[in-house]
Design a protein around this ligand. Structure first.
Ligand code: ADP
Ligand code: MG
Length: 743
């Protein structure tokens, strides 16, 4: 393989990934224009792309059963060549259409077997006579002959493919890599294997950016061994060490980027040293606020505040994630944080993901602040109440202007709002602290946009301290990946005196009737209930219509005689607010709603929740929904209505029945759904985690973090590790690379 062009030439220590990224696949023998186009369709343009397109699985040809030795009822894999293929006319039962049938005779020297496909007409095109393929299935007997019906198939060699060394004889005893191919391309796994093999042969030894000391400590094979072991294992047992090493590299690059980002932000920051303790020893606003609360803080809340105060007092802006389960009491921590900014004459902003939640936070904060006063700069020696404004997209034009002016001249101390806070016309006199609630609804860009408001239009201001809160716990190692550029604090307890929520998966008509009976009993006892309607496919309007129908049905049926209210995203904003007010005040007994109530709604008198078609919701979402009850000291109930019985549904709803611990549920969720959903939009392009598994590779996540922190070191750069820097750049989006490596 020709070395990559460039002044420095190839690194003396071996092949660098950056070199492979510059070589188009067409440099490989056998990759002509047609194969190149096919590879391109699979997203493979460079030799590096090819080598990081890993096999989906491997087939151990040493364990293959010869076609002549198949046994009825015993699942088996065989390698065989198609002798003939035909589509016999179907015999249909009267009045029905005959199924399309493709029938093959396949075999080798040991014998032949019949393979039948029903309703897969394309198999005739895929498997013409002369094709060699792997077949997986459970042999049955029909008309005195063995046959495989609808087996899984991997084409090994197409009919016209004359490649040397891949006849059936040579195939025996080796391990096939099965590559992810789409039906649209004509390539076979064997062809891809051949290209990969040539790339590996020509690449030779790889440069390994990971120091052997680390390698040994973490238990990782070298990079050359890893690429060989994943693509061309000699034994099946070669694969896992190879996967582990390559998975580590994925996680390591990700952690490097996150640690660099953290360092970069810290280096460029113009932070505020907030006033945590007054020189005169008098209590601060935050002290007075906390002292005025009708309850004592939990140990978890105190610990979180200690972390936060240390950040606030320091010169660098806080950049911290506060995790805590539903109901853990994160709001008071947030308010105390914002008040620390106000103490020094700055302002605080609190951003929530929905109007309902922003409005509720505003009400809650007003109640919590109740009469708290601060010095009034416009009247020497006088005090004025801490002023709180609410800004959402439905704030009227006049009020909006007033709030904007108040934020710009500093007469508004705290603003609670939705993404409406992000618009350009919202400017602050001096934004000192930002809290973002329920982070999972906001992107990284929105976080940065709100933060940037501290600098002001002329860039002369400060970088506010930032606290991100999430009530959807995610496992620690997953958090390291998703929020790895944030410091982390966990509130791991709940306020005392919360009655546990009894959760029941209501499957039978009797159980469902019991759920509705519980709703009526609780209302009779002076409590309130939520009914969550299923997600409906289609537009918001379709969903609104469905909820409206369901609420009318319930009001006339199961909930007859109760005062039933309706809440969904399509209601005019004023109506939404008045429905919530009525429910909070007890003028409504039952709120029938869509998931607009998912986040944050805090009505302590609500003691029962019924979730219809609960199997349509994910674990995290059900946990959030359920968190709307059990917020007072009365026993609460949650009924998950669902007749669905698949094992996956059983695991999900069973987990919710079993535990109310959000962290435990997060583990189950990760196991059931994989990492993709957690990572979401965070992961793009080459930085995809292809081999790493956030659940199974926890040790690697931790190790990657440790190595990344060490190599980035105290200067906050990768200057001492050019090979790593070179490689990292390769896997980052351009704008990210520019941000991390600009000097
Ligand atoms: P979350 O962490 O889900 O945002 P909230 O901040 O909404 O939780 O708090 C839930 C409820 O618990 C609120 O009504 C709040 O006033 C109350 N609360 C918070 N901290 C405590 C505490 N230490 N003791 C008793 N109640 C508390
Ligand atoms: Mg909350």
């Amino acid at each position: 393989m020709t070395p990559a062009p460039g002044p420095s030439g190839p690194a003396p220590t071996g092949r660098r990934l950056a070199q492979l990224a510059e070589l188009p696949v067409s440099v490989l023998r056998g990759v002509g224009p047609r194969a190149a186009a096919d590879l391109e369709a699979l997203g493979i343009a460079s030799v590096l792309d090819l080598l990081t397109q890993y096999p989906r699985r491997h087939v151990d040809a040493t364990r293959l059963v010869p076609p002549g030795a198949l046994a009825v009822g015993e699942p088996a894999a065989m390698l065989a060549t198609v002798r003939s293929a035909r589509r016999p006319p179907g015999r249909a039962p009267r009045g029905r259409r005959a199924p399309i049938r493709v029938e093959l005779e396949v075999g080798d020297a040991s014998g032949t077997v019949r393979v039948v496909f029903f309703n897969q007409a394309w198999r005739a095109r895929q498997l013409p006579a002369g094709t060699t393929a792997l077949f997986f299935g459970k042999p049955s007997e029909y008309g005195g002959r063995l046959q495989l019906v609808n087996p899984t198939v991997e084409v090994v060699r197409t009919a016209g493919d004359e490649a040397e060394g891949d006849d059936d004889g040579a195939a025996a005893g080796r391990i096939y890599a099965v590559y992810p191919l789409s039906e649209a391309v004509r390539l076979t796994s064997v062809q891809v294997s051949r290209f990969v093999g040539e790339a590996l042969d020509r690449a030779g030894t790889f440069a390994d950016p990971l120091d052997p000391v680390w390698r040994q400590r973490i238990g990782l094979v070298g990079r050359t061994e890893a690429f060989t072991g994943i693509h061309r294992p000699r034994r099946m047992s070669d694969r896992e060490p190879a996967r582990r090493r390559l998975a580590f590299d994925e996680l390591f690059r990700l952690q490097l980027a996150l640690v660099l980002r953290q360092a970069r932000l810290a280096r460029d920051a113009r932070g505020i040293r907030h006033v945590i303790q007054r020189p005169d020893g008098a209590p601060t606003l935050a002290d007075r606020f906390l002292a005025g609360l009708p309850f004592a803080l939990t140990a978890g809340q105190r610990g979180a505040l200690a972390d936060i105060r240390a950040d606030l007092a320091g010169p660098r802006p806080m950049h911290r994630l506060l995790q805590g389960d539903v109901g853990a009491g994160k709001t008071v921590v947030a308010v105390a944080t914002l008040l620390s900014a106000v103490e020094g004459g700055h302002q605080g902003a609190f951003m929530a993901p929905t109007e309902v939640l922003a409005e509720q936070h505003r009400l809650g904060i007003d109640a919590l602040l109740d009469g708290l006063e601060r010095p009034d700069p416009s009247a020497r020696g006088a005090d004025r109440p801490v002023s709180v404004a609410l800004l959402t997209s439905r704030t009227g034009a006049a009020a909006r202007r007033r709030i904007r002016d108040g934020l710009a001249d500093g007469s508004v101390d705290l603003v609670v709002g939705t993404h409406a806070l992000l618009t350009d016309d919202v400017r602050f006199a001096s934004l000192g602290a930002v809290v973002i609630d329920e982070q999972h609804r906001f992107g990284v860009e929105q976080r940065a946009a709100l933060r940037a408001k501290g600098r002001g239009a002329d860039g002369g201001g400060h970088d506010p301290d930032l606290l991100v809160m999430t009530a959807t716990p995610i496992p620690r190692t997953a958090a390291m990946v998703v929020f790895g550029d944030l410091d982390m604090t966990v509130v791991d307890d709940l306020p005392p005196g919360r009655a546990p929520i009894v959760t029941q998966w209501a499957r039978t008509p009797g159980q469902v009737a019991g759920a509705w009976a519980r709703v009526r009993d609780e209302v009779a006892a002076g409590h309130r209930a939520f009914v969550v309607c299923p997600l409906v496919e289609g537009s918001d309007r379709v969903e609104a219509a469905a909820v409206t129908d369901e609420s009318a049905r319930l009001a006339a049926g199961e909930l007859a005689g109760l005062r039933v209210g309706l809440l969904h995203g399509q209601l005019p904003a004023g109506e939404k607010a008045s429905v919530m007010d009525a429910f909070r005040a007890g003028r409504l007994d039952v709120l029938v709603a869509t998931t607009v109530i998912e986040v944050g709604v805090d009505v302590p008198e609500a003691t029962v929740m019924v979730v219809e078609d609960a199997d349509r919701f994910g674990i995290a979402q059900l946990h959030q929904l359920r968190g709307r009850v059990g917020r007072g000291s009365d026993q609460s109930w949650c009924f998950l209505l669902s007749g669905a019985e698949t094992p996956e549904v059983g695991e999900r709803l069973g987990a919710l029945e079993r535990t109310t611990d959000g962290f435990e549920l997060a583990d189950v969720d990760l196991r059931l759904r994989g990492a993709g959903t957690i990572l979401g939009a965070r992961q793009k392009g080459r930085s995809d985690l292809r081999l790493a598994d956030l659940l199974g590779d926890r040790d690697l996540v931790e190790a990657a973090r440790e190595v990344a922190t060490t190599v980035v070191g105290s200067d906050g750069t990768l200057d001492a590790h050019p090979l790593l820097a070179d490689e990292l750049r390769l896997f980052l989006e351009d704008d990210e690379a520019e941000f991390l490596f600009k000097s």
